[in-house]
Design a protein around this ligand. Structure first.
Ligand SMILES: [Zn+2]
Ligand SMILES: [Zn+2]
Length: 313
């Protein structure tokens, strides 16, 4: 049996802290080893708890899962499919956005198709070209350094349109604890507190589809282990544009910090929750308006997509 980390063990093969079977994972922040069966049970319980305490799923929901084909979204679809019988009359559909990134999207698209076929889940695909008139590669010519923010704005819009076309009531994304903790730091570094507050998973304004992030408290490493143990692990290429991203620097700094001070990422999420609570109704939270061009909810005169479109012309 593979052992991913044996830190904290003085001698011999580490055993599960709960049942004494050989361990496959060490959770540093809890100083706990887990065996295969307990990794799977623990992950499914924690995701169920996140969904229930934050009331992410209601009876009758149709949940559109944003499936990029990468590991987080693969784990999300796999987990929701497994956990779904707990809710009455809830349906899943998968949606994949083809941004038009040559040499990258083909493989992840194939992986997404394979998974939905295996699980028997309806799969919708939408391309940037069909929606915005061009591929991401074309939009980014000469402004590669802005790749992730431009792609992020367009992807968000594409996901909402696709989820609405599929008749979904919720949009689920695979953001994990590492992603969410990185976002907290990045928003603080940029002094963008409105975005920090806006990032929260559930929207109650009723103006746009509710976004849910059931994996937001699961560390990236544990998602990888869960996929390997369930035999759905797929090694895929990394998006070629990530080398331009600030996130990459924050990610490296934060993993280093988490290693030296286990629990750092959980603490960042708790701080974010407190800021969200304090920010309600204060100068931090912005009131939502409707975009002058397209009517989408936004904080200014134009939404981010319409602002971006002006720069393409
Ligand atoms: Zn065990
Ligand atoms: Zn707009």
């Amino acid at each position: 049996m593979m052992v991913l980390s044996n830190e904290g063990v003085k001698c011999g093969v580490p055993h599960c802290s709960l049942c004494n079977e050989p361990a496959v994972l060490f959770q540093r922040h809890l100083d706990r080893h887990l065996c295969k069966a307990h990794v799977i049970a623990d992950m499914e319980l924690r995701v169920t708890n996140t969904i229930k305490t934050r009331q992410m799923i209601a009876p009758g929901d149709c949940i559109a899962v944003a499936l990029s084909g990468g590991k987080d979204s693969t784990a999300l679809l796999f987990l929701l499919h497994r956990l779904l019988p707990q809710w009455e009359n809830v349906r899943l559909v998968a949606i994949t956005i083809d941004e038009g990134i040559s040499g990258y999207r083909e493989e992840t698209m194939h992986s997404a198709e394979q998974l939905t076929r295996r699980l028997g889940i309806e799969h919708h695909c939408i391309t940037f070209s069909a929606l915005f008139g061009n591929s991401l590669d074309t939009f980014l010519e000469g402004r590669e350094s802005q790749a992730c923010s431009i792609c992020g704005i367009l992807r968000k819009k594409a996901l909402v349109v696709s989820a609405q076309q599929a008749g979904a009531t919720k949009l689920a994304t695979g953001h994990n604890l590492d992603d969410e903790a990185q976002s907290v730091l990045m928003n603080v570094f940029r002094n963008d507190l409105p975005r920090l507050v806006r990032n929260s998973g559930v929207d109650s304004s009723g103006k746009f589809i509710t976004r849910i992030k059931p994996l937001s408290l699961i560390p990236e490493k544990e998602i990888a282990v869960y996929l390997i143990l369930n035999d759905v692990w797929n090694e895929l290429p990394e998006c070629p544009y990530t080398r331009y991203a600030m996130r990459r620097e924050v990610r490296s700094m934060l993993s280093d910090f988490e290693y030296k001070h286990p629990g750092t990422m959980f603490n960042l999420m708790k701080s974010k929750e407190k800021i969200e609570c304090c920010g309600k109704g204060s100068v931090i939270s912005e009131s939502l308006r409707s975009c002058r061009e397209c009517g989408d909810p936004c904080s200014g005169d134009l939404c981010q997509v319409c602002l971006l479109r002006q720069t393409f012309d």
